[in-house]
Design a protein around this ligand. Structure first.
Ligand SMILES: *Cc1c(COP(=O)(O)O)cnc(C)c1O
Ligand code: SF4
Length: 367
């Protein structure tokens, strides 16, 4: 598919309630959101590609024409009245990213990695987005001057080994602009490793052209980081886009957000991670949903999350198992969490709980 065809698809994206086709019947909860005064809405407007809406309608048809409030696509992309409720502990900038921004658009929180907000645009607005203070705003793509400042910062900070191109969605940049960003960073730091973070291969797979794959491959070492949250998202077109990347020799990893009512059970996540491995995509992180305003209906109690993680650990191979992590509110960074298998210890060794549910002994070495 040529670059122009995904641009056409982008033009068919729905950005207000009036644009939703009549054949998508809204649930009461969705209608109550749209009926609320605009000032009660958060910063993230409705944005969903027509092709994704068609999948929602198709899911409802398969379920006998019912309005499906449980459809995982619908829950992720169509707002409900629950968004109008904010909690006192929710934060506009839940990860405290603004504190760690030495030059515009660059977030340097960990010594060896930096994250660059190359654009604030996305093809879809995920209702749980943790960066809603920025996403879908009016910044657009990174400017020449901003890029020059980033280049100087990277040249001066050789402790940075990886640069993550994020946003928004890094693949919202056209091929030319994307190549410019990668080449500028590579010029400043020939040894840097890139990560390109994007929801597009899953949500608007037509963007993943053979030209794009060549462009990315030519700038190795470069990893693509995608986001899929439910096995229904890995339909034929998305699978094809992921295969284009893998066939081009580009390593692809996936980040999933744990979302109540979408994927908060071991069976769904087992299916998702197994499907990703089959598509040659390594499940990398499973994230607890961050404390963005109006997203409490998506968050899973951490204790229950750990129970799901324990069940996944029993079911999945090491390859299929991601790391469950919580991002500490305010900016202290990611913390991996797993129920401990280390039950206790004595003089001679440790007591470990194995997958069989029993506690076993492991000897203690000197030194
Ligand atoms: C998540 C994140 C990274 C990458 O962390 P990894 O654990 O290496 O994936 C880098 N910078 C920022 C600001 C982040 O939020
Ligand atoms: S694609 Fe990423 S940045 Fe864009 S709305 Fe979804 S979660 Fe937020």
């Amino acid at each position: 598919m040529a670059e122009s065809s995904w641009r056409d698809e982008l033009a068919r994206t729905i950005t207000d309630v009036a644009g939703l086709p009549d054949y998508l019947t809204l649930t009461d909860d969705e209608r109550r959101f749209f009926d609320a005064p605009p000032e009660a809405h958060g910063p993230l407007a409705l944005k969903v590609p027509l092709a994704v809406v068609r999948r929602m309608v198709e899911a409802a048809r398969r379920a006998g024409g019912q309005v499906l409030s449980t459809d995982p696509l619908r829950r992720q992309f169509i707002p409900t009245a629950a968004e109008l409720e904010t909690q006192p502990y929710e934060l506009a900038d839940p990860l405290g990213e603004e504190r760690y921004s030495p030059v515009p658009r660059l977030i340097h929180r960990y010594p060896d990695r930096a994250l660059l907000l190359v654009t604030d645009q996305c093809v879809v607005h995920c209702r749980y987005c943790f960066r809603s203070r920025f996403t879908g705003g009016s910044h657009g793509g990174i400017s020449r001057d901003e890029l020059r400042a980033v280049e100087s910062y990277l040249a001066a900070h050789t402790e940075i080994r990886e640069l993550i191109l994020s946003g928004g969605d890094a693949l919202m940049l056209g091929d030319g602009a994307l190549a410019d960003v990668l080449d500028a960073a590579r010029h400043a730091r020939p040894d840097i490793v890139f990560r390109v973070a994007t929801r597009i291969p899953v949500v608007m797979p037509g963007r993943v052209t053979a030209e794009l794959a060549r462009l990315l491959r030519a700038r190795a070492p470069l990893w693509v980081v995608v986001q899929a949250n439910h096995p229904d998202e890995l339909h034929a077109e998305a699978s094809q886009a992921l295969s284009v990347l893998a066939d081009a020799g580009i390593p692809v990893i996936n980040q999933t957000v744990l979302l109540a009512g979408v994927n908060d059970d071991a069976k769904t996540l087992d299916e998702l991670f197994t499907a990703l491995v089959r598509l040659r995509v390594k499940p990398y992180y499973l994230f607890q949903a961050d404390l963005a305003p109006g997203t409490s209906h998506f968050r899973v109690n951490v204790e229950r999350a750990l129970w799901i993680v324990a069940e996944l650990r029993r079911r999945l191979s090491g390859l299929a198992m991601p790391v469950f992590a919580v991002d500490i509110p305010g900016g202290a960074g990611k913390v991996p969490l797993e129920p401990s298998a280390l039950i206790g210890e004595d003089e001679s060794g440790y007591r470990l709980r194995a997958a069989d549910g029993h506690v076993h002994h492991y000897p203690k070495e000197e030194g």
